[in-house]
Design a protein around this ligand. Structure first.
Ligand SMILES: Nc1ncnc2c1ncn2[C@@H]1O[C@H](COP(=O)(O)OP(=O)(O)OP(=O)(O)O)[C@@H](O)[C@H]1O
Length: 654
């Protein structure tokens, strides 16, 4: 009970005067009852109890709907504390269905009231009552998890006072202190846990040493382009990991178009040349197919056998691929994440490459480890995350960053427009197509929806194909199509059999069609900035000047400001930091999606200030006491195990 924290608070500590309280908002008043209640029956099945009152500013009525039984509670001259919404009906001021309490029973009014998550049959008042007992009878049993030196250093509130104040705040300042202290502890436990998982998974897991094949230079030299300095550096980091016999767990972070695919290819090349198999897992079938089509010819030159495994294969072909994989005839398997879940056996899996959308937690690693002899793991991400957060979200991985784009890329010109400019925009698209280019048009929905007033891909497709762009070849792509249909459309667009591709966000990650130079996004206000940046990254991948047009349907100031951020910057890191600043955590992924334990009180995004301090302390603890063996750290260790139990990672926290 004590750790069942309120989800929010209602400040009923400040009393106001009736006449000064804003109409339509909740207020706390101290009132004197002027007369007995009157019951009105405006309709059948409806009664209104009206009780006249006054305070120092004037008179009004408490009104209760269908609660006649309350009539006897109010007697002339009684003083009540009340809290409710102030309404003005004609000339009358009313407080509708207020919470009320006789003055002498001072408990739930006149203070900051915690509001808890409820479920059917359980009211906030029930919880308040139980919590009062729970706190009273148990709070003294609590012991500090945080080491004393840390409590002193940051002047943190004691655990007993924190728990008391979180459930029964004395005032808003004490509440803040209590919250900060509990957040501090929770974030520290999370961060320490992640650091420990990282050290145990890198120091304990003996992996494969790929030193038989040290030199990837030949393959690199045979490429049609020269690697950027950043790519070269990242390859060196990967090779170092691969040569060592520790299991690699590395995250490669690179902005859109920074050239991550080729890095994956080079690592797989090294793996295969050392006598092992490699798997590359993509988030969508479209992407898996694309990787296969671009990498297969490269590997073919080196006599490396590469296969694609996706849902649209016939059972017969699938069985063939699986058979060849098992007996070692296939060197590289490219597919979606499904390929590690299904009953697939490798002959000698040495390296798995995946993307950030599926965090490789212990469970996934365990599956993979079983499929090979602790294969190396590379996770790729194009989502730029500020370092503080990367340490949490990927706290168990080593991080490499590709902070440079291939040379010769032209900056994408970004425009934010209103719906009134769509016609002009279409004119511009026509002109570009006539010059030989192609365009993407992205919509937030697949089909029309009655409840959401948004553009759907289906609608826009019909409209553009039959009218606006009827002289051009227009295609439609969305997530509900089967993989064969998706692949066909994607292939047609790649081969320039389509001029315009209308799509939902299924094209968001990784799609690479260098001839396409216009990205148009309907209802851009509905997307996250990081997502818009990803979508924009689908253009500007070739030699042509590229354009991104954001159609913003919102008049809201923040929406306009967000569009401006995209117009002003093409740096993914800057964009995500700015977005966090103005929008807060909303659009960024939650901890759950990353397979992290659920937090009870801290928020990774809004509590970034605390997180930064905590990270410094966690690093220091790891330096002086990596296994948390010192007496003052032992309670933390127990809490870490508790926290990670839900995600199954307590297993490796010895
Ligand atoms: N060093 C380089 N010089 C020139 N072109 C490069 C270089 N590295 C990669 N490319 C090309 O740049 C394009 C983008 O590369 P890639 O698809 O690997 O990007 P990415 O990092 O995966 O981006 P995204 O996250 O958008 O998928 C590809 O056409 C690729 O061939």
């Amino acid at each position: 009970m004590l750790k069942f924290f309120p989800k929010e608070y209602e400040d009923r500590s400040r009393f106001s005067l009736l006449k000064e309280s804003p109409i339509g908002e909740k207020a706390s008043l101290e009132v004197e009852i002027l007369g007995s209640g009157q019951i009105l029956k405006p309709r059948k099945n409806m009664s209104i109890l009206k009780v006249p009152f006054k305070d120092n500013s004037g008179q009004g009525y408490l009104t209760f709907f269908n609660q006649e039984y309350l009539k006897n509670k109010f007697n002339i001259g009684d003083i009540f504390k009340i809290h409710g919404k102030i309404n003005k009906i004609g000339m009358e001021l009313q407080v509708t269905n207020p919470i009320f309490e006789k003055k002498e029973l001072n408990s739930n009014l006149g203070r900051i009231i915690p509001l808890y998550s409820l479920t059917k049959g359980l009211t906030n008042n029930d919880i308040l009552k139980i919590m009062t007992i729970a706190v009273k009878e148990n709070v003294d049993l609590l012991q500090e998890n945080l080491p004393l030196y840390m409590m002193h250093k940051y002047n943190l509130m004691s655990i007993k006072d924190s728990i008391k104040n979180i459930h029964y705040p004395i005032n808003s300042e004490k509440l803040k202190q209590a919250q900060n202290r509990l957040k501090f502890e929770e974030l520290l436990i999370l961060q320490l846990g992640l650091f420990m998982i990282k050290s145990s998974s890198t120091t304990d897991n003996k992996g494969i040493s790929f030193c038989k094949f040290k030199d990837t230079k030949k393959m690199i030299n045979s490429l049609s382009f020269k690697l950027t300095n950043a790519q070269t550096r990242v390859i060196e980091e990967i090779e170092k990991d691969m040569d060592s016999d520790k299991q690699m767990n590395r995250l490669i972070q690179g902005d859109v178009g920074s050239g991550k695919t080729i890095i994956a290819a080079i690592a797989m090349f090294k793996c295969v040349k050392s006598g092992y198999q490699s798997a590359m897992l993509a988030p969508t079938e479209i992407l898996a197919t694309q990787h296969f089509k671009s990498l297969e010819p490269i590997f073919d030159e080196w006599g490396i056998k590469c296969e694609l495994l996706i849902g649209s294969l016939t059972p017969k072909n699938k069985a063939k691929v699986l058979e060849k994989l098992k007996n070692g005839e296939i060197d590289i398997l490219i597919g979606t994440h499904a390929i590690i879940q299904e009953g697939i056996e490798f002959d000698r899996l040495g390296l798995a490459i995946t993307d950030e959308q599926h965090r490789f937690g212990v469970k996934q690693r365990a599956i993979l480890n079983k499929k090979g002899n602790n294969p190396d793991i590379i996770v790729m991400t194009a989502t730029p995350i500020p370092r503080t957060l990367a340490l949490i979200l990927y706290g168990d991985l080593d991080i490499s960053i590709i902070d440079e784009l291939p040379p010769g890329r032209k900056e994408i010109e970004t425009f934010a427009i209103g719906p009134n400019m769509i016609e002009r925009m279409n004119g511009f698209i026509k002109k570009q197509i006539l010059e030989g280019r192609q365009a993407y048009i992205v919509c937030p929905l697949i089909e029309e929806s009655e409840s959401l007033n948004l553009n759907s891909a289906q609608e826009i497709y019909t409209e553009l194909k039959d009218n606006t762009f009827k002289e051009f070849k227009v295609g439609l792509l969305h997530g509900k199509m089967n993989s064969k249909e998706k692949d066909e459309i994607m292939q047609m667009f790649k081969n320039k059999n389509l001029d315009i591709l209308i799509s939902t966000t299924v094209i968001e990650v990784g799609v690479n069609v260098p001839n396409a130079n216009i990205m148009t996004i309907y209802n851009s206000e509905r997307f996250g900035l990081a997502q818009l940046h990803q979508l924009r990254g689908r253009v500007g991948r070739g030699e042509y000047q590229s354009y991104c047009i954001l159609i913003n349907y919102s008049k809201n100031k923040i929406a306009r400001e967000r569009m401006r951020i995209l117009q002003d910057s093409t740096d993914g890191f800057k964009i995500s930091e700015k977005d966090l600043e103005i929008r807060g955590p909303g659009e960024f992924f939650g901890t759950r999606q990353h397979g992290l334990p659920e937090l009870k009180i801290a928020n990774l995004f809004t509590d970034i200030r605390i997180l930064k301090i905590v990270q410094k302390e966690a690093l220091e603890i790891m330096r002086i006491d990596p296994n948390l063996e010192r007496l003052e750290h032992q309670k933390l260790k127990i809490e870490i195990k508790n926290m990670f139990k839900d995600v199954g990672e307590d297993l490796i926290l010895n």
